[in-house]
Design a protein. Structure first.
Length: 548
């Protein structure tokens, strides 16, 4: 039970299942305050990802890869890491990962060699966390084959996969860190996809009468793994003893570690492709029960399992509990499950205006952020079909697809098509991963996007709007909750691992303040339950809160 702290109203008051109020003034019809520009050309992020070949012939080639934001050299800004993939001809010998050091002013330089990074396996996803509590964030890369733990020694990396015992030897997609047993160190959950033999791929299948590669249906799913951090540099596979193997494996593509029921214990949400999504409720002592069906998260409102790829987390109703947004396959809708706070999640996709607009799209990376600093969170997601032969005539969808941007407008979200948001919004790509964070230190959220067998893109946020606050915790504490009060409005954020799509965004809380507000009160709830209150915080700063 969270303490009541002063008088406040939520950013949206949920009565029954209807939102009655929301902070932030609505823009004029058709207009938007959100502005992004493609700043790739001048950024130095000159890199083309590899994931098989184009056009793809097998399912392994089309999932693409993620991107991570990490301050690898502890200089106070966010660097960019790309795990990168390989090809079917040589799945263990790809072109290699890349690390780009942030030089300031949205300029980056290749620091792969300087950081002694030499990783060439088929990388897919990436998670960031300080696995040994030495003050330096490490990288965990999921792969087709053996995963990799890249230990940060203070600006340089060494692979400690075998020593730590976290190789996995499967087709892993996403991973997330969290202190699941409250012993002070980071445990690790790995969402695995399916069994695939690149030397003997399955025969061709058909979709809407067109020949396509087979999968995931028709192939065997791979069981996920929960690794318990033993505190001595090694991990133990606790998948069975924790209860995480008590359910049939799904085709795992996404994972978030977060306290969904606000009981002080971090739970595990797994987004599966074409099989029911899973919620592992934490009961302490590294013991979990699977409550996906009981919570409403397993299926959409129609009772259907979806093809979940991306995951976004936000308190869209303003009740202080984290809801779940998932991106899905075409001929279906993306889904918003609103957390009621009583253990159940309502599918309110249509009510919030996020339903049929997504029908032609195959959705991947996604996140909620206040992109223009008006006191509520907007929604951005990236798309791209998996079938190279996808056309409107053949599959009701194109192969390359534009992003989708939704601005919070009163009681729902409004699909932004205003050209003033930037030319990037009308450009079609086959996007996959994306990481979100303030890359130039101006207080708003920028985005690095990873395209399937395409170049990285850097989208610079040009909101240039005052009324923002970044809250960073020292040491970084995954599983923390940050509440902000300004203008009588409460906003809630969480610092968590996972989400987007196989990517790792900046691990701090970002707030936009309601119009006219220049100060805010902040309440930090650390993972162990310690609460820390800071009053009268001035806006427009990067606030570092040190653990008491």
């Amino acid at each position: 039970m969270r303490p009541r702290w002063g008088a406040f109203r939520s950013a949206g008051t949920l009565v029954g299942s209807c939102v009655l109020a929301s902070c932030g003034a609505e823009p004029a019809p058709g207009a938007t305050r959100i502005r992004f520009a493609d700043a790739t050309a001048e950024s130095g992020l000159d890199f083309v990802t590899t994931s098989g070949v184009t056009p793809a012939t097998q399912i392994l080639e089309v999932k693409g890869g993620g991107v991570a934001l990490i301050d690898h050299d502890d200089d106070g800004d966010l660097d960019v890491f790309v795990p990168n993939g390989a090809t079917l001809a040589a799945p263990e010998h790809g072109p290699g990962c890349r690390l780009f050091e942030n030089r300031g002013g949205l300029r980056f330089a290749d620091a792969t060699s300087a950081a002694e990074l030499s990783f060439h396996r088929w990388g897919i996803g990436v998670a960031v966390g300080d696995t040994d509590a030495d003050g330096h964030d490490d990288l965990y890369v999921t792969c087709y084959g053996k995963n990799a733990l890249l230990h940060n020694t203070g600006g340089r990396f060494e692979e400690l996969t075998d020593v730590a015992g976290v190789g996995g030897e499967a087709w892993s997609a996403a991973a997330a860190f969290g202190d699941l047993d409250r012993d002070g160190d980071l445990d690790l959950y790995v969402a695995n996809y399916l069994k695939f033999d690149s030397a003997h791929p399955p025969p061709t299948s058909f979709f809407k009468g067109a020949p396509v590669f087979t999968g995931p249906l028709g192939l065997e799913p791979e069981a996920d793994i929960l690794y318990e951090n033993l505190g001595d540099g090694t991990f133990r596979d606790s998948s069975e003893s924790s209860g995480c193997l008590a359910v049939a494996p799904g085709f795992g593509l996404g994972v978030v570690v977060l306290d969904f029921d606000e009981d002080g214990l971090q739970d595990i949400y797994v987004g599966n492709d074409s099989t029911p999504n899973v919620l592992f409720q934490n009961h302490g002592g590294l013991r979990f029960d699977e409550v996906g069906l009981r919570s409403g998260l397993a299926f959409n409102v129609d009772g259907s399992a979806q093809a979940t790829m991306g995951i976004g987390i936000a308190d869209v109703s303003g009740n202080g509990f984290p809801g779940v947004f998932t991106t899905n396959f075409s001929n279906d809708t993306n889904t918003l499950h609103v957390n009621r706070g009583d253990g159940f999640f309502d599918d309110l996709t249509r009510r919030y205006g996020l339903g049929m607009v997504s029908f032609p799209f195959v959705g991947w990376a996604t996140a909620f952020y206040d992109l223009e600093h008006d006191g509520d969170e907007d929604l951005l997601l990236f798309n791209g079909h998996v079938y190279p032969n996808a056309t409107l005539e053949r599959m009701d969808a194109t192969h390359a697809q534009v992003p989708l941007l939704f601005e919070r407008a009163g009681v729902s979200f409004r699909h932004v098509q205003d050209p003033r948001a930037g030319a990037w919004l009308a450009e079609a790509h086959c996007d996959r991963g994306a990481a979100f964070g303030d890359l130039d230190g101006d207080g708003d959220i920028d985005v690095v996007v990873s395209e399937l067998n395409g170049p990285l893109r850097l989208l610079r946020n040009e909101a240039n709007a005052p009324g923002w606050l970044m809250v960073e915790l020292a040491p970084t504490s995954l599983g923390s909750r940050i509440e902000l009060w300004a203008g009588g409005v409460r906003q809630t954020r969480w610092i968590y691992s996972g989400g987007s799509f196989v990517s790792a965004s900046a691990q701090y809380a970002h707030f936009g303040l309601p119009p006219g507000q220049s100060t805010a009160d902040v309440l930090v709830t650390w993972p162990d339950g310690t609460r820390q209150r800071i009053e009268g915080v001035a806006a427009n700063q990067h606030l570092v809160v040190h653990r008491p």
